[in-house]
Design a protein around this ligand. Structure first.
Ligand code: GAP
Length: 513
């Protein structure tokens, strides 16, 4: 449903452009396995990499930018370091880790007291396993120290050791003699130097598995669009400005896939590359940025959770004039995270493909019919993740209302609801199924619709509420007299009567936009 709605709203029926004219858009479906040359041109072959470190002891692999190291000092004297893997794909919160780490490091390297050391070891284990609160720590220390220290004295004992704790990222420089532990097995000085790890999935085409047969699964759908730019222009009677759109799978060998579908190795993108005259590019950038933000709002994403973030100049790629990340505050994360990037990419991509395929940067230049000016179009790229938006839609739709028969239900926007309608005969006899079945048969030609004749009507409504089905049609005793059925609205529970022949029309009206 998400992909269909995106395709409808962006490709077959896009909004009117900033110039007052209809936006021209072409849809494509390019190949997933692509020639390495494409990825040399795009920069992915060399640049699409994360810095990784490996633990020589336990063989775990970490993204270097996600390892936090806490250096512990007594005054200015460096004592030891503890490290931990960031707990989410969000930028790790150094401050949050600092608070948790203060306790452990305060006990760890500062004392010769064997009891305190024993307690610290125990604490380390807990830190690995779960976020803890101080009460748990004290209980644990009490049992680790086997009653030698009174439980009430433990907080004082911990407080009596005061140390400086300075957290940093692994890639930031630390004290010259810092000994960094593996975040997983805690062996000391076992991490390798950071190495670039390319995120592209490699394969071989044809019978022989050598360098010449190497190919890659696309890490983004965008490059298929650039590689086919000229094909589309030559075969579709389109003129600048126009867009090429694609929905499809992309693959990245992510080291830490996590947070449900937020970071996956196989995911789907919904991408537009919009080609325009360089002088008009900022106008189109602002247009697409605003269109995309409004799109999420129109589908029920509350603006309080939706956080468009304009990238600062220091974050932008050298060829880019502007970029907005449309971020969403997921309930499992502390910081808003990216659903979509809307990027001004200048002429970088077409220049690169021109250079790599024809030997000159302006190979894909176009000529303006009126002014005869020759120019390489600029590109605005709204690039969205279907999986991430699905996750946001689920989070947003989940509603708890204890006053309802089903206290938890999914409040999907009707356009996104997986099941659009249900048809129920109130009882499975008395001529009601004979009326209900043809209604269901008619609706399911157009929409996913369920038929259910079993159990009480309340249970059937509750089940549909849990699945997020917006409309239920019920055939009851009155239907047999005057031909009307009830339509129940999922969100309000309100019912109205309409003629049984109008059920499909009712859905068309309510699901259109
Ligand atoms: N062509 C531009 C491009 O690919 P990106 O920011 O790397 O830009 C665009 O990806 C969108 O694809 C992201 O905003 C996100 O929604 C989605 N995405 C990227 N990596 C993902 C992953 N590992 N799992 C799920 N979605 C991902």
């Amino acid at each position: 449903n998400i992909k269909n709605v995106w395709w409808h709203d962006m490709v077959t029926n896009p909004p009117v452009g900033p110039d007052g004219h209809d936006v021209s858009m072409v849809g494509v479906d390019c190949s997933i396995i692509m020639n390495p040359k494409v990825w040399e041109a795009s920069g992915h072959a060399t640049g699409f990499a994360d810095p990784m470190v490996d633990c020589k002891e336990c063989k775990a692999r970490f993204r270097a930018d996600q390892v936090i190291v806490v250096d512990v000092y007594a005054g200015d004297t460096y004592l030891s370091s503890e490290s931990v893997e960031a707990s989410s794909s969000a930028d790790p919160s150094v401050e949050e880790y600092r608070k948790r780490a203060e306790f452990v490091e305060a006990v760890a390297g500062s004392t010769a007291d064997p009891e305190l050391k024993k307690g610290a070891k125990r604490f380390r284990q807990m830190l690995r396993d779960a976020a803890i609160n101080n009460q748990n720590l004290i209980d644990d220390l009490a049992s680790a120290w086997g009653g030698k220290v009174a439980r009430d004295d433990i907080p004082n004992r911990l407080r009596s050791i005061s140390l400086n704790v300075r957290p940093r990222r692994l890639l930031d420089s630390g004290p010259p003699n810092a000994s960094v532990a593996c975040p997983r097995c805690h062996a000391v000085n076992t991490l390798t130097e950071p190495r670039a790890f390319n995120l592209m999935f490699e394969t071989f085409v044809g019978a022989v598995q050598d360098e010449s047969a190497k190919a890659y699964l696309r890490p983004e759908t965008a490059q298929g669009i650039f590689a086919n730019f000229k094909n589309v222009m030559d075969s579709n009677r389109v003129k600048i400005p126009f867009g090429i759109a694609q929905v499809g799978k992309a693959f990245r060998n992510e080291i830490n896939p996590r947070n449900y579908t937020f970071r996956s190795r196989e995911f789907e993108q919904m991408e537009i590359e919009f080609f325009c005259h360089p002088n008009e590019s900022m106008k189109w950038y602002e247009f697409w940025r605003d269109v995309r933000i409004k799109w999420y709002e129109s589908l029920g994403i509350k603006s309080a959770n939706l956080r468009p973030r304009q990238q600062g100049a220091e974050e932008l790629a050298h060829y880019s004039k502007a970029c907005t990340d449309i971020e969403y505050l997921f309930p499992f994360a502390d910081e808003p995270q990216e659903l979509e990037g809307v990027a001004h990419r200048g002429s970088f991509d077409l220049n690169q493909h021109g250079k790599f395929s024809k030997g000159k940067e302006d190979a894909f230049a176009v000529v303006d019919d009126d002014t005869h000016e020759r120019f390489v179009p600029h590109v605005i790229e709204p690039s969205a993740g279907a999986d991430r938006f699905t996750l946001a839609v689920l989070c947003e739709a989940y509603t708890v209302d204890e006053s309802r028969p089903s206290p938890e239900f999914l409040r999907f926007h009707p356009r996104l609801a997986p099941i659009k309608a249900a048809v129920f005969p109130l009882v499975n006899k008395d001529g009601m199924p004979e009326v209900a079945e043809p209604i269901h048969r008619e609706i399911k030609k157009h929409y996913l619709c369920q038929y259910d004749a079993k159990q009480s009507i309340g249970k059937r409504y509750a089940r549909m509420d849990e699945a997020g089905t917006p409309y239920c049609f019920t055939i009851d005793g009155q239907t047999l007299q005057d031909g009307t059925v009830t339509v129940r609205d999922r969100d309000t529970g309100a019912q109205e009567r309409i003629h049984k022949d109008r059920c499909l029309e009712y859905l068309h009206d309510h699901l259109r936009l």
